[in-house]
Each structure stands twice: as structure tokens, then as C-alpha cells.
Ligand binder design. Structure first.
Ligand SMILES: *[C@@H]1O[C@H](CO)[C@@H](O)[C@H](O)[C@H]1NC(C)=O
Length: 386
């Protein structure tokens, strides 16, 4: 066979051409799907059960581990000898999927000036500058004024380096801005001792009338008010692979009579929380899938006001009132698992929208959601290695 024919035969062989999409699974125990990723992404090992296609140059390094169910780790395949680290593009760029990918998309500071910051003053300086910036956060940055929300301007990516980027004692505020990516960061610890959150209006992210927002691979914990408050017609929002923990008022979306907000919330981990997990009030479209809630004391996913909510393959464990719906709201929930839950779960009502008519996405099976979410809903070093 000539070389050309051999290549053609390989390309035509079933399985040989299949590649996982960005953020798709590409390995792990029991995985029978593709083990390579589409161009522009790299297969990154998370745990024995899950490897994922993350943004980065394809084909440079592959760290997918193939395992058997009995032994811990078996083979590690390294494709190219030239690269030794699993690397995202050097500028830590990525673009959003889900609702944040619509109507022009969310690309943050892609293509702009790249800066590294390690203190509050520099973070503030670049986050409030005009123009495109990719602001890489090195280590833990402590807010000089507790509770301050840096007023981020258009076209910014704020991304933690490695897995240790952190905003401690402060957060971000978006006011009439667009195109902002917050990735790979731990944010929070403004807690003032008031569990009800009535003493200080200090949020991890507070967005008013802003659009194209992507929060990805972050941890939000112990805030004074809301961990994330998305208010007053904020729109085109995606929150992915993010943990919300040790907090009362977690994720509120709404505070508007208009019904225009569209949000995708998936593979998020709500752990040891009170209410608003999330509370989705008057959303035109709320797409919630593959989230894992463990120990929520007040309520879980809430379709509120005139929201149209599509809720798929969510794993609820020790959640009080796992799914709530107002009489005016639409709810289409399917494939969920409930373990040791209390209170009540709302019945479906009305005709939920079809997310597939807006964007493509891949549902993980509900049984795998806890392990996938626990391994991924946090900063991960390969997202922005340096
Ligand atoms: C459950 O979460 C609440 C916070 O909402 C916390 O106070 C409590 O200790 C948690 N329970 C367990 C068993 O972790």
C-alpha cells in the first residue's frame, strides 16, 4: 500500500477519525469514545475516570491515561517528544461555549495585551483599562479594601496561572460592559459573619446590565452577600466547571421584570450551601445541566418568575427542595438523580426550550456527574500553565 492509501485507509477506518469536541471527554475508565481532541484542544488527564479536551495546541502532548478497573495507572502515552508540558496556548486564550457563545461570542481579551499581575493595584489598573487585555493572576492577591469589586471594563480575560490564582477578600463588578472572561481563579473570603448577607453587599461577581460573560473553572467561597449576582438584564452568560461552596446566597440571576437573560450553567458543584443554587428569576432561557449539588439546606435549582428552564442530568445529593418552580415558570427537567434529598421537587410544566437549537453540547450521564464535576470544577494547571 502506498503511503497515501494507508493514510486514506486510516482516515476512513471507523473510530480513527472521531475526535472529541472542546471540553468533551477523551479518556477514562469505561470510556469507549474518541481519545483525541479536535484541533486547538489537548486531551488532559483529570482522574482515572475522566480526561477532557481543554483549549491548547492539539497533538503536542497527550496525557490520557488508559487504566483497567483493577490497577491504578497503566500507560501514559506521550505523542510528541518536542513538548514536555500540557500546554494551553501560551496566552491562555479561550472562547466561551453555551449562551455566552451567541450573538458575537465571548472572547474576553483574546488577541490583546498580555500582562501578569500579583497585587491588587496592578489587577485593578489593567482590569479597568480600556482595550483588550489578558490579565494573568499570579498566586493569591488580597484586596486592599475588603469587599471592593473591581469595575472591569470591556474585552478582558482575567485568568489564574497554574492552579493557585486567587482573589481574596474582594471581587469584580460589571456595569454596562461586555465580553468578560473570568477563569481558573478562586474568588471570595469576604465573609463578615452574617450568614444572611444583609450587612455588606460584597459579591464575588456582581453584574448589572452587562453581556457576554463566561466564568469557567473557578471556585467561589465564603462571600459576604452573593457569590455571583447577575442582575438587571445581564445576558449571554455561561458558567462552567465552577465550584460554589460554604456560602448562603450563592448564585442569583434576575432582579428585572424583563425576560431577556439567557444563561448556561453546567458541570458546576454546589457544596455546603444555603439558597440560590441558582435562583433563576425571569430568564428567557436557563439551561442547567450536569451540575452536582451536595448539601444545600434551603433549595437547589429554582425556576422562578417567568423563567423557561431546561434542566438535564443533574445529580442532587442531600439537597432540601432540589427543584423548585413558581406557578408562572416553565420547567423541563429530565435525567436527574436524587440521593438523600428532603422537601419537595417540582413537577415539570409547560414546554421548555431546546438548547440544541442554539448551540451544541454534550451531556454526561448522571451517574458520572459527581466524579467528573469534583475533578474539574476548579482551577486546573493546564488551562494557563504560565
Ligand atoms: C451543610 O451545609 C451547611 C451550610 O449550608 C453547613 O452549615 C453544614 O455544616 C453542612 N453539613 C455538612 C454535613 O457538611
Amino acid at each position: 500500500m502506498t503511503k497515501k492509501l494507508l493514510v486514506a485507509a486510516l482516515l476512513l477506518a471507523p473510530g480513527a477519525i472521531a475526535q472529541s469536541p472542546l471540553y468533551g471527554q477523551c479518556g477514562g475508565i469505561g470510556w469507549t469514545g474518541p481519545t483525541t481532541c479536535v484541533s486547538g484542544s489537548t486531551c488532559v488527564y483529570s482522574n482515572d475516570y475522566y480526561s477532557q479536551c481543554l483549549p491548547g495546541s492539539a497533538g503536542t502532548t497527550t496525557t490520557t491515561k488508559t487504566t483497567t478497573t483493577t490497577s491504578k495507572a497503566t500507560t501514559t502515552t506521550s505523542k510528541a517528544a518536542t513538548t514536555t508540558t500540557v500546554s494551553s496556548s501560551t496566552n491562555c486564550q479561550a472562547a466561551a461555549h453555551g449562551f455566552a457563545s451567541l450573538n458575537g461570542g465571548t472572547t474576553g481579551g483574546n488577541g490583546g495585551t498580555v500582562v501578569v499581575v500579583n497585587n491588587w493595584a496592578d489587577l485593578k489598573k489593567y482590569a479597568t483599562s480600556s482595550g483588550k487585555y489578558i490579565i494573568k493572576v499570579s498566586g493569591k492577591i488580597v484586596a486592599t479594601t475588603t469587599g471592593e469589586e473591581i469595575p472591569v471594563t470591556n474585552d478582558k480575560t482575567i485568568v489564574g496561572i497554574g492552579s493557585t490564582g486567587e482573589i481574596y477578600g474582594g471581587g469584580f463588578g460589571f456595569k454596562n460592559v461586555k465580553n468578560i472572561i473570568i477563569r481558573n481563579l478562586k474568588i471570595g473570603n469576604t465573609y463578615d459573619g452574617d450568614w444572611d448577607g444583609k450587612t455588606h453587599d460584597w459579591d464575588g461577581i456582581q453584574s448589572d446590565t452587562s453581556t457576554h460573560i463566561w466564568v469557567d473553572h473557578c471556585i467561589f467561597e465564603r462571600g459576604a452577600d452573593g457569590l455571583i449576582d447577575l442582575r438587571l438584564d445581564s445576558n449571554y452568560i455561561t458558567i462552567s466547571y465552577t465550584t460554589f461552596r460554604n456560602h448562603n446566597k450563592v448564585l442569583g440571576i434576575g432582579w428585572s421584570d424583563n425576560v431577556i437573560t439567557q444563561a448556561t450553567i453546567h458541570h458546576c458543584y454546589f457544596q455546603n450551601v444555603g439558597q440560590r443554587n441558582p435562583s433563576a428569576d425571569n430568564l428567557k432561557y436557563a439551561h442547567l445541566y450536569n451540575n452536582y449539588l451536595n448539601n444545600a439546606t434551603s433549595y437547589g435549582h429554582y425556576s422562578r418568575g417567568y423563567t423557561n428552564m431546561k434542566l438535564e442530568n443533574v445529580y442532587f445529593e442531600k439537597v432540601h427542595n432540589p427543584i423548585t418552580r413558581d406557578s408562572t415558570a416553565i420547567l423541563g427537567a429530565s435525567g436527574c438523580t436524587f440521593v438523600s434529598c428532603t422537601g419537595s421537587t417540582a413537577a415539570n410544566s409547560g414546554t421548555a426550550f431546546n438548547p440544541s437549537s442554539f448551540y451544541s453540547y454534550t451531556l454526561d450521564s448522571t451517574a458520572n456527574v459527581p466524579s467528573i464535576v469534583k475533578a474539574n470544577a476548579q482551577p486546573l494547571a493546564p488551562i494557563c500553565p504560565s
